[in-house]
Design a protein around this ligand. Structure first.
Ligand code: HAM
Length: 433
């Protein structure tokens, strides 16, 4: 076999393996977040990872970075153009239309899974990344927006995330945006030569995105640009004011950021982002907004939508940097380590493992041939609180030894119990520790 480094197979750049140690933390974070959504009566939807390219082009928008340069698009064997999903909202909307979920119905949905964007990998930015998202269909009112924003706040609290602040903005309805686009173009045209390259390209196609430019010179120019607020309809203004009332009642701190425009084209009215203070350039952990035109745009009956997606890599990384409370939960050790001789004793140990684990006790069974002494060393290392021991003697008597492993615990001694009483004895013992 060649040892040449170039021949060694490796994961694709920007696509991460999730190793066993990290997966414990991920699972703890996932379940804490999903529980918050379940408690608000959201149900899961799973859609395919691959969709027709047209779906994303028509929903996210042809001029967005995502569609223009980041999609993993390929022709399949039938010559159809397919794309690895870069986000979940379009797929949810497509599935809802296809299966009649929006027909005279309201829906609260959540999804979780990998998304794919061919971006330049850096901290917090990957080519395969996980999003946990939620989408609500059928409500035009700001209560649903506050419900979902509050859910995100509660998810952050459940995992112990800190220093992550909410920014909100309103993009108004399509008429307001059209009038604002014109005013913005008129203002920016005289500065064309001074704008950064992306902004020059966007001046005609998508001038709103220029507000979002990270280029310092462009930011300076934009300072005095017209404000979208001046173009909002009364309805949009009152919608946004009501949302803020709800947020205040929920005691959610926020700032209104008039520059917040989002990188996807389907939004109207409310948009929001949760941004971490310390994480650097890719600090947006969670983002979303209202998209009342999307369903119609991809072929459904007009249906209002509102949702968000949370970037799991960013969330987990920030939690690690902050040494958040969820880390402790994720490092939990087995409850019981099962030490046994080979042969009949091992069969009995297998039976005990099955019984205890069915009752929700985490049992690590020592497999393979090794001395009891060696097995005890492993038991100590495992961090288990209790060891159950079936040596040859115990095995013959259908008994086992129960030994508390916790340092500083009441008893370091081994007591003998009947195997058929093990579940009871272990449960009582774990409760008393
Ligand atoms: P987005 O802003 O494109 O929105 O992505 C949402 C979140 O996904 C980001 O805030 C970030 O945390 C994470 N994310 C995005 N790209 C990457 C990447 N390359 N690497 C790591 N994390 C990333 C959407 O996707 C919309 N579908 C959100 C939405 C749902 N709007 C309404 N409903």
């Amino acid at each position: 076999m060649s040892t040449n480094k170039q021949n060694r197979l490796q994961a694709i750049r920007g696509m991460n393996d999730l190793l066993p140690e990290a997966s414990k933390l991920w699972q703890a974070v996932e379940s804490a977040c999903v529980n918050v959504l379940k408690a608000r009566c959201y149900t899961e939807i799973r859609t395919p990872i691959v969709e027709q390219t047209q779906l994303f082009a028509r929903s996210i928008g042809g001029d967005t970075d995502i569609v223009a340069k980041e999609m993993y698009t390929f022709e399949d064997r039938n010559g159809d153009s397919l794309t690895l999903r870069p986000e979940g909202t379009a797929s949810c909307a497509r599935a809802g239309i296809q299966h009649g979920l929006f027909y005279n119905q309201q829906q609260r949905l959540w999804y979780y899974g990998p998304m794919f964007r061919h971006e330049r990998p850096q901290k917090g930015r990957y080519r395969q990344f996980y999003q946990l998202g939620a989408e609500a269909y059928g409500w035009t009112t700001p209560d649903i927006e506050a419900e979902l924003i509050a859910a995100v706040r509660d998810m952050f609290a459940a995992v112990g995330l800190q220093k992550t602040k909410l920014q909100i903005n309103t993009l108004g309805d399509s008429e307001a945006r059209a009038a604002f686009r014109e005013a913005l173009r008129d203002y920016l045209r005289p500065f064309f030569a001074e704008l950064d390259e992306d902004s020059q390209r966007r001046l005609d196609s998508n001038p709103l995105r220029i507000l979002d430019s990270k280029n310092a010179k462009t930011q300076d120019i934009v300072q005095d640009a017209p404000q979208l607020t001046d173009f909002l309809s009364d309805e949009s203004k009152s919608h946004f004011a009501q949302l803020q009332e709800h947020l205040q009642a929920l005691e959610i701190d926020y700032t209104v950021n008039p520059r917040l425009v989002r990188g996807l084209d389907y939004y109207n009215d409310t948009v929001f982002e949760w941004v971490n203070e310390d994480f650097g350039a890719q600090a947006t952990v969670c983002a979303g907004g209202r998209y009342d035109g999307l369903i119609e745009q991809i072929g459904g009956a007009p249906t209002p939508g509102f949702g968000f997606a949370m970037g799991m890599e960013r969330l987990v990384q920030i939690l690690q940097e902050q040494q958040a409370s969820v880390l402790e939960e994720a490092t939990h050790k087995p409850d019981v380590y099962l030490v046994s001789s080979n042969g009949i004793a091992r069969s009995q140990a297998l039976v005990l493992q099955a019984q205890l684990s069915r009752a929700g006790i985490q049992v690590q069974l020592h497999c393979g041939e090794s001395s009891l002494k060696n097995q005890f060393k492993r038991a100590d290392k495992s961090g288990a609180r209790v060891a159950l021991v079936i040596g040859e003697q115990e095995s013959e008597a259908n008994e086992c030894g129960l030994k508390v492993l916790d340092r500083g615990a009441v008893s370091q001694e081994q007591r003998t119990i009947a195997q058929n009483d093990a579940l009871n004895a272990v449960t009582n013992c774990l409760e008393s520790l």
